[in-house]
Design a protein around this ligand. Structure first.
Ligand SMILES: [Ca+2]
Ligand SMILES: [Ca+2]
Ligand SMILES: [Ca+2]
Length: 190
């Protein structure tokens, strides 16, 4: 049994990553994000930068499939909840590794100028690319920027994901990384 708050956040993240909204995480969802970022950064259609970004965007997904020992390349919401739902109890070491992995994944996708911090603008670009309701972006950024210097460091991002993925507390600051997680869809994942 996953605590309700955690489940809602996991459903929210699933829906955000499922960019074509077909209720499955598939390679397309991840390459689409890379294409959008590449367009924003004006990388050429055949450029190496675009290819690099695409292979990078797929990396986390391939890792998930490998860890789930999946044969086919799609992840359903039930499988997603199973993977993350109780994993801090069953595999504390792998939970820790994943939090770091996901944080550095997001970090390297959206740290567009590669200065090792996420600026407000880079954070807003993430909302735009994932089609997240902008009205929660201030709250999300403030929750991540623990020292209030107007930038999100890798340490702050890691702490944010720890809140997001593990905390049963509805008021944990990192909960709003991807905007409003209190979605109605939470109920569909019985
Ligand atoms: Ca999909
Ligand atoms: Ca940056
Ligand atoms: Ca900061």
């Amino acid at each position: 049994m996953i605590p309700e708050v955690r489940k809602q956040k996991l459903v929210h993240l699933f829906n955000i990553l499922d960019t074509n909204k077909n209720a499955l995480l598939q390679p397309d969802d991840f390459t689409a994000v890379a294409e959008k970022i590449s367009d924003k950064l004006q990388y050429g259609a055949e450029s190496k930068e675009r290819l690099d970004l695409k292979s990078h965007a797929l990396r986390l997904y391939v890792q998930l499939l490998t860890d789930m020992e999946k044969e086919e390349v799609s992840i359903s919401l039930d499988e997603w909840l199973q993977l993350f739902g109780s994993w801090e109890i069953i595999h504390p070491a792998s939970a820790k590794k994943y939090i770091y992995r996901i944080a550095s994944y997001v970090f390297s996708l959206f740290d567009q100028n590669r200065d090792r911090v996420i600026s407000k603008l880079e954070y807003l670009a993430m909302f735009e690319i994932y089609n997240i309701d902008m009205s929660y972006s201030e709250k999300g950024f403030a929750g991540l920027d623990a020292n209030g210097d107007g930038l999100v460091s890798m340490e702050e991002m890691t702490q944010g994901f720890k809140d997001f993925l593990l905390s049963p507390d509805p008021d944990a600051p990192g909960n709003y990384i991807f905007g409003n997680w209190k979605c109605q869809n939470a109920k569909m994942a019985g």
